[in-house]
Write a protein that binds this ligand. Structure first.
Ligand SMILES: Cc1cc2nc3c(=O)[nH]c(=O)nc-3n(C[C@H](O)[C@H](O)[C@H](O)COP(=O)(O)OP(=O)(O)OC[C@H]3O[C@@H](n4cnc5c(N)ncnc54)[C@H](O)[C@@H]3O)c2cc1C
Length: 239
């Protein structure tokens, strides 16, 4: 049944930005509606911070075990089961999801609608059978990767963040396109560590500002922690 809702704030997008904003409003007693068309949590839950840090945790364990013989500790030959790594990544997401769920947000005072939102006019938004007329609208719909136009790319089995964490077999070569902090650090380091030394390349087309800071910090880390260096053997940087 069609329902008219008139909150002070209507947030479109249930990623980290939309959730933080909606919770902040609810905490102050401001009537707020949050609309998410897909899974609550946005990119961070499915293809961003959470799966990448779970992969990073697996990579850290791998690194500790790889270096253990130098401390006089050794066990069976080091092996990585990428399908179990994927299970681990999925289980971390499942553990975090309730914190970002519609149920929790509702309990904290946010009205959550699970439907795609579209504007009817400047003041009116439609989501499923709901019509929302809010004092303020917040668009927190995030971004999606734009696949660059590179000749031959269509013939290659490439990954984007949405699919990278479902990796289930060790790639023999890994080329990371783009010099963003997450692509470089998490693509090269974590995948490289978990899957073992790769003959991989890092193709930096343009260094973004945040990447420059991150690269500087990461290089410092690499220099400080000499143990990381073997991971980079076989990695090339092209600009
Ligand atoms: C590999 C990787 C690692 C990362 N690691 C980190 C990290 O460690 N720390 C960090 O802070 N960030 C990290 N990020 C970045 C982080 O994921 C993004 O900055 C963050 O998800 C952006 O949040 P958002 O809420 O703006 O958008 P999103 O997370 O993209 O959420 C937008 C939401 O809007 C919804 N939506 C879109 N259109 C509509 C519509 N019409 N109606 C209803 N809903 C709609 C979408 O379904 C989505 O759920 C990482 C990213 C990647 C790729």
């Amino acid at each position: 049944m069609a329902e008219l809702i008139t909150p002070d704030i209507c947030v479109v997008g249930g990623g980290p930005a939309g959730i933080a904003l909606a919770l902040g409003a609810a905490r102050r007693g401001v009537p707020v509606v949050l609309i998410e068309k897909d899974q609550m949590g946005g990119a961070n839950l499915t293809s961003g911070a959470i799966p990448s840090k779970a992969l990073g945790a697996a990579a850290s364990h791998h690194d500790v075990l790889r270096r253990a013989p130098a401390f006089g500790v050794s066990g069976a030959p080091l092996q990585v089961n990428l399908s179990k790594v994927s299970d681990h990544i999925r289980s971390v997401g499942e553990a975090v999801a309730p914190q970002l769920s519609a149920e929790r947000l509702t309990a904290l005072g946010v009205r959550v609608i699970n439907a795609p939102a579209r504007f009817l006019d400047r003041r009116t938004l439609i989501a499923d059978e709901h019509t929302v007329i809010a004092r303020r609208f917040v668009i927190a719909t995030g971004a999606i990767p734009r696949v660059p136009e590179i000749p031959g790319l269509d013939d290659v089995d490439y990954m984007v963040p949405e699919t990278a964490f479902e990796i289930s077999r060790k790639p023999s070569h890994l080329i990371v396109l783009g010099a963003g902090a997450y692509a470089w650090f998490e693509g090269c380091m974590a995948v490289g560590m978990v899957a073992g030394p790769l003959t991989s390349g890092f193709l930096g087309t343009a260094l973004g500002l945040s990447s420059v800071f991150f690269l500087a910090a990461s290089l410092t880390l690499v220099i400080t922690l000499a143990s990381f260096l073997p991971v980079f053997s076989g990695h090339s940087i092209y600009k």
